[in-house]
Write a protein that binds this ligand. Structure first.
Ligand SMILES: [Zn+2]
Length: 198
């Protein structure tokens, strides 16, 4: 249960209706007055979260049809939703909290391998589309890609140099007859596009 801080009554959910009729307050004003207050009972929040999780589970990997997409677009364009916290600047504490929870969430995804996109299989058509668009981009922008590859190589060389200098003296002393490294083959175009899109 959650307590209304105006009248101390307990509810499963503090509704806009209750606030308006009992205290002549909007949710916005209530939240402004009691920033740490809750509007829902914890069990209800859990229920909502479980329910949406289940609903999402069913829809995972299923794309919406065009007609449904259009319907959603239409309804959304008609709605004017003003969130209760509109115009309130977030305190530094809130911002830190949010960013910290985001970092933790991502870390958890990576550690447990539960990132929402893990196991997501793209349909063959989509894969084909992506590879086609990359190829056509590569054909249109050969100069840019060549430049990019050049810069990448230069960077790698610069990173490698200091290490080689340290190792060389001992190596050449032990194995003087080792043949020089073969020059690296230039990578195929498509791979360069993938690298560049990171
Ligand atoms: Zn009340």
């Amino acid at each position: 249960m959650v307590k209304c801080l105006e009248c101390e009554k307990e509810f499963k959910q503090i509704t806009n209706r209750h606030l308006k009729f009992a205290h002549n307050l909007t949710t916005f004003q209530y939240k402004e007055k009691y920033p740490d207050s809750e509007l829902f009972d914890k069990k209800i929040l859990e229920f909502f979260s479980e329910r949406s999780k289940k609903a999402n589970e069913l829809r995972k990997g299923v794309s919406r049809s065009e007609s449904i997409k259009q319907k959603i677009k239409d309804t959304k364009s008609k709605q004017i939703i003003v969130p209760w916290n509109k115009g309130i600047a977030q305190t530094k504490e809130t911002k830190d909290k949010l960013s910290q929870s985001g970092i933790l969430r991502h870390r958890k995804w990576h550690e447990q391998n539960t990132h929402p996109q893990v196991g997501l299989k793209l349909p063959k058509e989509t894969k084909e589309k992506i590879s086609q668009s990359m190829i056509s981009y590569a054909r249109k922008n050969t100069d840019e890609l060549k430049e990019r590859a050049k810069n990448k190589k230069m960077k790698k060389k610069q990173e490698r140099k200091p290490e080689e200098k340290k190792e060389k003296p001992s190596k050449t002393a032990e194995k003087p007859l080792k043949p020089a490294k073969k020059p690296e083959k230039p990578k195929p175009l498509v791979n360069e596009v993938e690298g560049g899109k990171e």
